[in-house]
Write a protein that binds this ligand. Structure first.
Ligand code: NDP
Ligand code: HSE
Length: 438
């Protein structure tokens, strides 16, 4: 008969994710014991307010505001408070006291990951963070372990559930941005401060984590180009639909080959982009995420599923807890990160993609030629132009041009847009969107 040990588990945070993790640890205690060979005893839950209402009923006596006291003597510490401090200090203290750490905190890992992984290496403990990117979807372990012997060239996809939920409902129902953001918060998708979601910061943190793992390098968060969705309005969604596209917030991490004087580099970027309605990413609805990985030997791989939500994220957290418990039982040091280099991260101007430019122009003879000429000056070639005419209240005629370009360098494109903006024939640059996924 196996002599099962008891492992002391400390939970920091009981919000959308933490409360579900606590419930599952209690409800599935027997199953988890069978799977790990250890009784996982939930020793306590640290929160700010022990009397705050919770999503699930949990024993009152488990709650404490003394997070530091709770982690002392714990075997596994699950950090689900979010933010930088006190999460960083608590995680470092937990590792130094001999605990393995499980966290979903991408904001912390994208900014202080190197420090945390170094300490874990020094003390021989593990830090697991499957939930930090794309919630329930297994993507960290595939990159860290399964694909560690391959060469990843590109990662591309939707990694934020809140913005996908918002854009999807704006597209399907013509819903207003603010109303659907409130729904995303109610569903437990959004960060404590949803600015992180809608401004693209959360996706940028995830992109930095994915690129660091995939390319075995350190990608500082500041090097990630980041644009959010606050500038996306109903008009843009409608125009996109008319042209056969849907707007998605995309994260892309890719290798850029050496070119001329420019060395090989990587590009890590987040922005709203047009995706063909035929593309599989267009079918990623609600709070779901999808991540494509292109590796030299494996070829293209796709990971899809729930990208946010309390119970869905709890699945990834529990998977990491089971691994940490097994490690505790088996002994030995934690599985560390790959040695990481410092590959240069290219500025956004170096990427190449297609673009859709929407302009309001004067309805005069020769305007189309002038616009095409200003684009061609910088080497941006026009693929399609669609013109719609309208009349002002005073009878003046105005034209809206929707221009699709061939692939162009971002720097050439933004220089050309600056020339258009300054030109007499262009009244307004309505929008410039990148077209991705082909
Ligand atoms: P919530 O904001 O819902 O919950 C945070 C919890 O942490 C609350 O219980 C809060 O206590 C507690 N807390 C916060 N600050 C402190 C502090 N200083 N001291 C003690 N307790 C504190 O967050 P989520 O559950 O949504 O997210 C948790 C983490 O998981 C974050 O890092 C997030 O990015 C990540 N994540 C979230 C996903 C999601 O879908 N929600 C998906 C993947 C990852 P109190 O309740 O008393 O206020
Ligand atoms: N706020 C995040 C999102 C939670 O919406 O994707 C999952 O990381």
């Amino acid at each position: 008969m196996i002599d099962h040990r008891t492992l002391r588990v400390a939970l920091l945070g009981a919000g959308s994710v933490g409360s579900q993790v606590a419930r599952l640890l209690i409800e599935r205690a027997d199953e988890l014991e069978e799977r790990t060979g250890a009784r996982l005893e939930l020793a306590g839950i640290a929160v700010r307010d022990v009397d705050a209402p919770r999503d699930v009923a949990l024993p009152r006596e488990l709650f404490t505001t003394e997070a530091h006291e709770l982690i002392v003597g714990s075997d596994i510490v699950i950090e689900l408070m979010g933010g930088i401090e006190p999460a960083r200090t608590l995680i470092l203290d937990a590792l130094r006291s001999g605990a393995d750490v499980v966290t979903g905190n991408k904001a912390l890992l994208a900014t202080h990951g190197a420090e945390i992984f170094d300490v874990a290496d020094q003390v021989g403990a593990s830090v697991s963070y499957e939930a930090a990117v794309a919630a329930a979807i297994p993507i960290i372990r595939p990159l860290k372990d399964s694909l560690a012997g391959d060469r990843v060239d590109r990662i591309f996809g939707i990694v934020n559930g809140t913005t996908n939920y918002i854009l999807d409902r704006m597209d399907k129902e013509g819903a207003a941005f603010d109303a659907v953001l409130t729904d995303a918060q109610r569903l437990g998708y959004a960060e404590a401060d949803p600015t992180a979601d809608v401004e693209g910061h959360d996706a940028a943190q995830k992109a930095a984590i994915l690129a660091s793992l995939a390319f075995h390098t350190n990608v500082p968060l500041e090097a990630v180009h980041c644009e959010g969705i606050t500038g996306v309005d109903a008009d843009m969604i409608e125009n996109a639909r008319g042209a056969g596209f849907v707007i998605k917030l995309l994260a892309t991490c890719e290798r850029l080959p050496a070119e001329g004087d420019e060395p090989e580099a990587i590009s890590v970027r987040v922005y709203p982009a047009l995706v063909s309605r035929e593309h599989p990413l267009a079918s990623v609805h609600g709070g779901n995420n999808a991540v494509y990985v292109e590796a030299e030997a494996a070829g293209p791989l796709m990971f899809y599923g729930a990208g946010a939500g309390g119970v869905q994220t709890a699945s990834a957290i529990l998977g990491d807890v089971v691994s940490a418990a097994r490690r505790h039982i088996a002994g030995g040091v934690g599985v560390g990160e790959s040695a990481r280099g410092d590959q240069p991260v290219a500025p956004i101007g170096r990427i190449t993609t297609r673009y859709q430019i929407t302009l309001e122009v004067t309805d005069e003879h020769g305007v189309l030629q002038t616009v095409a000429g200003l684009l061609a000056e910088g080497g941006v070639s026009v693929a399609t132009i669609e013109q719609t005419l309208s009349h002002d209240a005073d009878g003046a005629s105005r034209a809206r041009l929707v221009i699709g370009t061939h692939r162009a360098r971002e720097q050439a494109l933004s220089d050309a847009v600056a020339r258009l903006d300054a030109s007499d024939v262009v009244e307004r640059v309505v929008s410039v969107l990148r077209v991705e996924g082909d």
